[in-house]
Design a protein around this ligand. Sequence first.
Ligand SMILES: Nc1ncnc2c1ncn2[C@@H]1O[C@H](COP(=O)(O)OP(=O)(O)O)[C@@H](O)[C@H]1O
Ligand SMILES: Cc1cn([C@H]2C[C@H](O)[C@@H](COP(=O)(O)OP(=O)(O)O)O2)c(=O)[nH]c1=O
Length: 681
Amino acid sequence: MTVPGRRRPTNVLANAPFRRLWTAMSVCSLGDWLNILALTALAGNLTRGDDYRVQSLAVGGVFIAKMLPAVLLGPLAGAFADRFDRRLTMFASDLARFAVVLSIPIIGSYQWIIVATLLVECVNLFWVPAKDATVPNLVPKDQLEAANRLNLLVTYGSAPVAALLFAALSVAGDTLRSLVPSLSGLDPTSVALALNALAYLVSAFLIFTLRDIPKRDGAISTPSVLKQVVEGWRFVGGDRLVRGLIIGMLGAFAAGGAVVGVAKIYVIALGGGDAAYGVVFGAVFVGMALGMFFGLRLLSELSRRRLFGLAITVAGLVLVAIALIHNLAIVVMLTVVLGACAGIAWIIGYTLIGLEVQDAMRGRTFSFLQSTARVTLLLVVAVANPLAALFGEHRFDAGELSYRFDGSNLVLLLGGALAVVVGFLALRHMDDRKGVPLSDDLIAAVRGERFRPEGGEDMPGLFIAFEGGEGSGKTTQSRMIAIWLRDQGYDVVQTREPGSTKVGMRLRAILLDAAERGLSPRAEALMYAADRSEHVEKVIRPALRRGAIVVCDRYVDSSLAYQGAGRALAPEDVAKVNSWATGGLLPHLTVLIDTPPSIGLTRLGGAADRIESEPLEFHERVRKEFRALAAANPERYLVVDGTLTPEQITRAIQDRVHEILPDPVPQEAEDATGTMPAIRD
Ligand SMILES: Nc1ncnc2c1ncn2[C@@H]1O[C@H](COP(=O)(O)OP(=O)(O)O)[C@@H](O)[C@H]1O
Ligand SMILES: Cc1cn([C@H]2C[C@H](O)[C@@H](COP(=O)(O)OP(=O)(O)O)O2)c(=O)[nH]c1=O
């Protein structure tokens, strides 16, 4: 869908001042990731001979020192940073970070690692808001989103580069030391830290020469993260799709945080050194890149929403395997798979927010996600190592075999279990293919069969079907609902099956002709499906595409009940033919008016048609099947007692339909009328 009046932004990097700032950010990001790797590795190495618990706590301490200043002093520093010249703030911060980071390998004690980390993070509290406030000064409004996306890209995109660089430094260091013994003091962590310091120096230079930054204009507002989270949830938590997306993405983040948090001690326990640590760390990100590019292409036929939940669930299972298998080579391979799943989930989440979340909510959803992702990551990383330390190290011996299970294994296991649960929740919240088994969908997707997006996925309209036996009151009720909806200003298309198209009318004549006795059940099923296919193509889809509400008397369920249960055809066959005929289009809501045939049939006037003249027992089977279909998918059905009065039934249907109604007034119209003075009589 294109939004009228929105210009396509040209490349934001063509803007020279922004490009310079962005380069500075990229260099700093790379340095920051190197810093995390080097410091956690150094903490692990400094305590290598010590007890498992001491090691876990040492690594955990680095993470906590990294997070603590932002949590305690974040909003305070933001307000303070407001008072200074932004360019000078960033420049001075860069120089300070350069000096502190450089001092770490020179002093080389664990205590200093912690103190230095705290110092650097305090300085960051000034650098980051100054940078954030500068971006809108350098970039026109309509390019701001593109700029933010680029920022996000380097923030996470530089991680695999840093990880691979770190691994390469370790391998190069090992080789060099074995060749030139006099270099034995050279440590890869020191080189990484020196590079990190250098990155800050480069950034200082770039910022100093960036003359376009205004001294100060307008306040930099850094609302408290907690406030952002609470307010954001109030706003976005009411939407089912957004809720599913957020639960999924945060779960993925938490699981990822568990891996990052315990990776170092986990690798030490497997007997790996710094290079192995870098490789495991990098494997996550390499996998992510692979998932984003190839995973999506490979499974492009699967429903995006389903793939999202599935990817998170599989990531959880892989994480459980990583926790239990103690072999470095296998773990690295599994980590790539883990990253791939995370990559798929992440990119789908982002795309879905971009595509399916309403315009008015999108910005808030993104910012909510960013603030909660930070809090989640922070909590998980901070808790992971102390938890691992608390659990300690255990060994299980069974004769010859000895199995080791330690705190990092436990944390990974918990992270995996969490991801599995969250994946399931996301699947349940967002499933757009209810009634189609996931395995069938998946097999079809792997074979490359076309997946047809259905009703809600790419069409703005709403599709409501009415089902029930003969004389149950469908015609009466669908008319009442259509009138009620039109009264509220909706574009409503009221239609029925069979016989709402030219071809359909001729099919209907054959199907309901009481004289037509010899029609075979399969031919009957195919003719209903043919009528339906024509109906979907010519009437229902066009209406949904333009955003109308379609109220349809009978749909696929009638075939499942009458031809499937009534005529005793295999239900899977009837379902398959109908899914093909309709391109998988399902109603958003099906209203089943449940009336005993003994009552419904007596309500009918006139001569009985071919189907109405079937025996009572046939109609009982039909009723049973309708009820079974509704019971299997309670979220997509409303079952009303057809023996109530018509008014009572109408009210029950209105209550339910009300919950899923879109806003009748287009957003743009509302914005315009919002500025008009109110006229009162
Ligand atoms: N809740 C109800 N109670 C009693 N009679 C009803 C009720 N709803 C509809 N009727 C009557 O039953 C007959 C069949 O209703 P209709 O809406 O045409 O059913 P369907 O479309 O399901 O065959 C009509 O004469 C209608 O007035
Ligand atoms: C749509 C559909 C209808 N039918 C039958 C049920 C009805 O007896 C008949 C539709 O006739 P119709 O006169 O529309 O009946 P009603 O008012 O009860 O909806 O066709 C099927 O057997 N399979 C289907 O897929």
